[in-house]
Design a protein around this ligand. Structure first.
Ligand code: PA5
Length: 427
């Protein structure tokens, strides 16, 4: 179970400012999500997704993951925004840099760097690979360009028929160019449900197939999310989701307009990127919204620590720590006198825990409120639980601020300019 620690919040807002009237607002927001009757309610399918996703669908995803793991050294996941961040967050969180237990997962279609495309083509040239193209709309520029390029590479390598058997399309069930292409070419297909928006899709096939190909236990991920959906259905101030959502809303109203998610495990850096999109795209509307940024501890203390301690006082922090994994003991300093003999024989996890405490105290006394979130994220169930925790928190927090968390009207503006400059018919 995830816990929220609000000790670092109370010097800035009274307990009753969080749990007084805001409890009622959190409950109202929670019920709107539950009933799907709030603004954008047609996109609240993620709310029940962990119980809705069936065993047959999971088996299909597992089978395709096994197919990929058996015939591909690399799975090239092509997608952008919500169509890749969920899987990148999960795969990185579950597997360290020495690789997955299945296929190696790499990403394309999330930018317009020709250098990156050339590097990827060189990397894939002598490798067996498959492609998972993920796009709910089936009409997004960056993944469409990458699919063209890597489809050519795949067909050069395997010939058209065999190449088509190595492509999986994850898209809407009824609409879009990608769906049409997949049908025409006979690509294996998975569905992003119509009632689940891109950034809430980590627990659909969009997030799960790359995880399965990497060797992850996707049933355990879903089990963790299901447990979370049951545990955090609680309508009371004891719900850690409410505690988190109500605290950040209370702090925002006091002028803390930026939230730093501080990740205490390097493998979770991409979880921070996923979280930034989830909250940024959901809440940043109508001239309002907490600006989400993320840091990796302790590395970023040595680059951003000064700003946090003494810069403008509009920052709040959420310290995301996970239960410890394998531990390491600090050995004797055999290379010479480095000045750290006092640490000899200590466990690194304890040193990290004390450092987290020291950082929290220093930042709180420097005027930065700190919310502590502790989870079991780096195991399969814990990862599913953490994804669901923040999705629910984001929905509740947005509705508490009367914001529709499920649209993104602002992102269309640059697209109009871009398509006009690029000569797209009709622009
Ligand atoms: O959250 C969102 O809706 C966006 O980030 C989309 O996921 C992103 O723009 C990609 O869209 P699509 O999956 O339609 O290609």
């Amino acid at each position: 179970m995830i816990t929220a620690d609000l000790k670092g919040v109370y010097p800035f807002v009274e307990e009753n400012e969080i749990f007084g009237s805001r409890c009622g607002a959190a409950e109202k927001a929670h019920r709107l999500l539950e009933s799907g009757s709030g603004e954008g309610g047609e996109y609240t399918g993620w709310f029940r997704l962990p119980s809705r996703i069936g065993s047959d669908e999971l088996s299909e995803i597992e089978d395709e993951g096994k197919r990929i793991a058996s015939d591909s050294e690399v799975l090239l996941v092509i997608g952008v925004g919500g169509s890749y961040l969920g899987s990148k967050a999960l795969v990185d969180m579950l597997y360290h840099e020495n690789g997955t237990s299945g296929t190696n997962i790499v990403y394309a279609g999330n930018g317009l760097s020709s250098r990156r495309i050339v590097q990827l083509k060189e990397y894939l040239a002598d490798k067996d690979f498959s492609i998972n193209i993920i796009s709910k709309s089936g009409g997004t520029l960056e993944p469409a360009i990458s699919l063209r390029i890597f489809y050519d590479l795949l067909t050069e390598k395997y010939g058209t028929g065999r190449a088509d058997a190595r492509i999986t399309a994850t898209t809407d069930a009824r609409h879009g160019n990608l769906l049409n292409m997949a049908k025409e070419r006979g690509w294996k297909r998975f569905v992003i449900p119509a009632d689940v928006g891109g950034r809430y899709g980590a627990l659909t096939a969009a997030g799960l197939l790359p995880c399965a190909a990497a060797g992850a236990d996707i049933r355990a991920i879903i089990k963790g999310a299901k447990n979370a959906s049951e545990a955090y259905a609680l309508k009371s101030a004891d719900n850690p989701v409410w505690q988190y959502a109500a605290s950040r809303r209370a702090l925002y109203d006091k002028g803390f307009t930026t939230e730093l998610l501080c990740i205490w495990e390097p493998q979770m850096r991409w979880f921070g990127e996923w979280w930034k999109q989830l909250f940024g795209e959901s809440e940043g509307k109508c001239g309002r919204g907490i600006f989400p940024a993320s840091l990796e501890m302790t590395a970023d203390l040595h680059s951003m620590g000064q700003y946090i301690q003494q810069g403008p006082r509009n920052i709040m922090e959420t310290m995301l720590s996970v239960c410890s994994g394998p531990d390491v003991i600090v050995p004797a300093g055999k290379a010479g006198k480095d000045g750290f003999d006092f640490l000899e024989g200590q466990f690194l996890c304890q040193i990290a825990e004390k450092t987290l405490r020291a950082v929290t105290d220093a930042h709180v006394s420097g005027g930065v409120p700190v919310i502590g979130i502790k989870s079991d994220a780096m195991k399969f169930e814990g990862a599913g639980e953490l994804i669901y925790f923040f999705e629910l928190a984001c929905g509740i927090s947005s509705y508490m601020d009367c914001i529709n968390p499920f649209n993104q009207p602002g992102v269309e503006e640059y697209k109009k300019n871009m398509f006009r400059l690029l000569g797209k018919p009709g622009f």
